[in-house]
Design a protein around this ligand. Sequence first.
Ligand SMILES: N[C@@H](CCC[C@H](N)C(=O)O)C(=O)O
Length: 316
Amino acid sequence: MAHHLSALDALRGAPFTKAHATGNDFVMFADPDGTRHITPEVVKALCDRHLGVGGDGLIRAVPVRHVAEARDIAAADEDLSAHGGEDLWFMDYWNADGTVAEMCGNGVRAFAHFLVSEDLVQLEEEEQLPVVTRAGARTVRRVPEGYAIGMGIWSFLDPELASSNASDSLVIAQGLTDPRPALSISMGNPHTVVALSAEQALEDLDLNQAPQVDPVPPDGTNVEFVVPADPLVVDGEGQVRLRVHERGVGETLSCGTGACAAAAAVRVWAAEDGVDTWTVQVPGGRLRVRFLSRADGAEDVELSGPAENVYRGTII
Ligand SMILES: N[C@@H](CCC[C@H](N)C(=O)O)C(=O)O
């Protein structure tokens, strides 16, 4: 691919893969020796849909031992040390605007699929593969629809809300007539979830402009607009539809951490904490979210869905 941006000089000759997970698309690099120099300029150039490869983000797969922040994350987690430590793979995830994010749920599925298809890991049925992200350890296993990711626990972004559970902010977006109450949830990265009462309201949103959140969480936020199905629970499973405006990207066809946050928020609002399995319909497909109780009272979240490689190329 010809490119006029000198930002890409450092990656000349580097092979890449274009991948997506429910339409959330990524430029993927394998960096087994830790020699690929990724900068915000490189990310912006490659993710540009006109002048670059195009993508919502860039993911570099690099062994933990080559990245100081990944070594610190792995060293702080006894379980990780016991399961490969510095030999594990680190998902170096970047948003299209050149910022890094703590976590990307669709990204972990695309990352796992990339590692498997590049023969960088073996992942047998029933096996659990630990990987390292900026938000800490995550696990991957194969399932019939693709990959299931152990996403860690969900929490309220504002811990004061643990008892009131209603809303912590107001959101205004193009296409909404009034500011709407919203609830902010952490999935390792920040999310602000807004409920809409009708599918038409979801379709009427114009997410070309970033929604305004008041107050804005300290590190910014991804904003999910969600319509709970009516009835909400069918055969024991909750159902919601979702559109998302991602921090550092804009509207995307899917957000894995956003799907988990949206299911968590709707489950709280509807007082349906007995409903553990949720289907989240996003513009790019369907995701499955499961909540699993832990002994300490927190809940782990599992996200499953597909991931595909689309093409391979070389930076020239
Ligand atoms: N699309 C991702 C989330 C990517 C990071 C996000 N834009 C942020 O800045 O937090 C997902 O699938 O979770």
